[in-house]
Design a protein around this ligand. Structure first.
Ligand code: PLP
Length: 441
């Protein structure tokens, strides 16, 4: 698109002033994207960027993959929209594909278009199967979306203006954190402490019974916090013991991002319900749940959204899943992730801002700290990495959790080339060096 055309350029500038999600005093330099291919995106000035965010970790396959685009176009020609009272071919095909891939007995699949609504669907199913229960347990640093319910299920919002509209059923519990274990504990000791506190919470910390416990197997937006296999196994045991439905929110970790198809596979722990989204559909909106055969499904009218089974997204998802398997993107994510984390470890010998390096697969990030001993976060350095990265044509992911984000995420599409990853890391190294030289911490 040529935005040098003056009329269009003026219209775009006018449009920027009308966006309600974009406060006027905010970032006026927000990039306008006009094109994407693979790991690259281009803005309206013709500038090229290497996208280490995969657009919110969604373009796992790489943007505008020809197989996905063709499948979507073919579907557009056949039928664009069908309300949920009808089946369509891609709906049934996708469901059959997902049943083959799903961990354990998670063979009942439901769909919607947004991760937040997938989480709500999972919670509805849990309450349906736990009649009379009144509580849901969530992690202190979890993120489950921005709908009213999922904001309440996420980390505390210091200036939350929506409290009056939100349910009060969520209780946040502490979770282990491999980088910042409490009081000098080792991870296993902290894990056992957190599991013990969880059981206390279930039995003594809430009124009434608990319907569900929901957790991201790796806490994504809350800071790439690795709670670890032992904690997830412990959750499985406690939930089974108390008849609580264990939900894994895999919207960010699904379809190869961790180097396994799902984090449930990576950790070898099967929940009762799992959400998916983002990377499933090659850039088209789609999310949903996979639920255990043991659970009762929804009755008519309990869960239906007009566009919830959008055939174009379904066709794109079938093509995306086929491509992820054909191209062995799980294997590629493991290999490229190993290379990235190894380079980051080398970098951390020179760049003292790097406090910790996280994986697995291409769930890659670094924590920037003012001081490695105190581990005090450096959100200023993270903001500078982002800004200087943009200037050098690389988009790094940041975390702005409660305004304190000090995480830099390097999460390009899973089919990002070795040369592209090497370039992103070269730029990161250079940018960190310049930030240190400027004395920013
Ligand atoms: C783990 C997790 N759950 C839920 C969501 C919400 O998804 P959406 O933005 O599609 O509603 C996100 C989005 O970042 C997420 O990372």
């Amino acid at each position: 698109m040529n935005t040098h055309n003056t009329d269009l350029a003026q219209e775009l500038e006018r449009g920027k002033t009308g966006l309600i999600h974009d406060p006027r005093e905010g970032d006026t330099s927000k990039i306008t994207l006009v094109k994407a291919k693979g790991s690259l995106v281009w803005d309206d000035k013709g500038r090229e960027y290497l996208d280490c965010t995969s657009q919110a970790w969604s373009n796992s396959l790489g943007a505008n993959d020809d197989r996905v685009v063709e499948a979507a176009i073919a579907q557009l020609r056949d039928i664009t929209h069908a309300r949920p009272n009808f089946n369509t071919i891609p709906l049934l095909q996708l469901t059959a594909r997902l049943q083959k891939l799903s961990p354990g007995d998670l063979n009942r699949i439901g769909y919607c278009l947004h991760g937040s609504l997938a989480v709500e669907m999972a919670l509805k199913l849990a309450f349906k199967n736990r009649p009379g229960a009144q509580n849901v347990i969530v992690m202190q640093d979890s993120y489950h979306g921005r709908s009213l319910v999922t904001m309440a299920a996420s980390w505390p919002h210091p200036t939350n203006p929506f409290a009056a509209l939100q349910p009060r059923c969520f209780t946040r519990v502490p979770h282990p954190d491999s980088y910042r274990p409490r009081m000098g504990m080792d991870l296993e000791t902290e894990t056992q402490l957190c599991l013990s506190l969880l059981e206390d919470t279930i039995t003594k910390g809430v009124d009434g019974s608990v319907a569900a416990l929901i957790i991201e197997p790796i806490l994504g937006n809350g800071g790439h916090i690795m709670v670890g296999k032992s904690y997830l196994q412990g959750l499985r045991e406690i939930c089974t013991k108390h008849g609580i439905i264990l939900i894994f929110d895999e919207i960010q970790s699904c379809f190869g991002r961790t180097g396994a198809m799902f984090a449930a596979d990576y950790y070898d722990v099967v929940p009762d319900i799992m959400t998916f989204g983002k990377g499933i559909s090659g850039g088209f909106p789609l999310a949903g749940i996979m639920a255990s055969d043991r659970l009762e499904g929804f009755a008519s009218g309990e869960d239906a959204l007009t566009f919830g089974q959008f055939p174009v997204s379904m066709a794109a998802a079938v093509a995306t899943i086929d491509a992820i398997i054909a191209d062995d993107l799980c294997g590629k994510a493991r290999a490229l992730g190993d290379y990235a984390t190894q380079r980051l470890h080398e970098m951390s010998d020179r760049r003292k801002l790097i406090g910790d390096i996280r994986g697995p697969g291409l769930f890659v990030s670094i924590e920037l700290v003012k001081d490695r001993t105190t581990k005090a976060p450096s959100p200023r350095a993270a903001a500078e990495v982002y800004r200087r990265g943009v200037e050098k044509g690389v988009l790094f992911g940041e975390s702005r959790y409660a305004g304190l984000g000090n995480l830099i995420k390097v999460k390009p599409p899973l089919d990002c080339s070795h040369a592209q990853m090497a370039h992103a890391l070269d730029v990161l190294d250079e940018v960190l060096g310049s930030i240190e030289a400027d004395g920013i911490a």
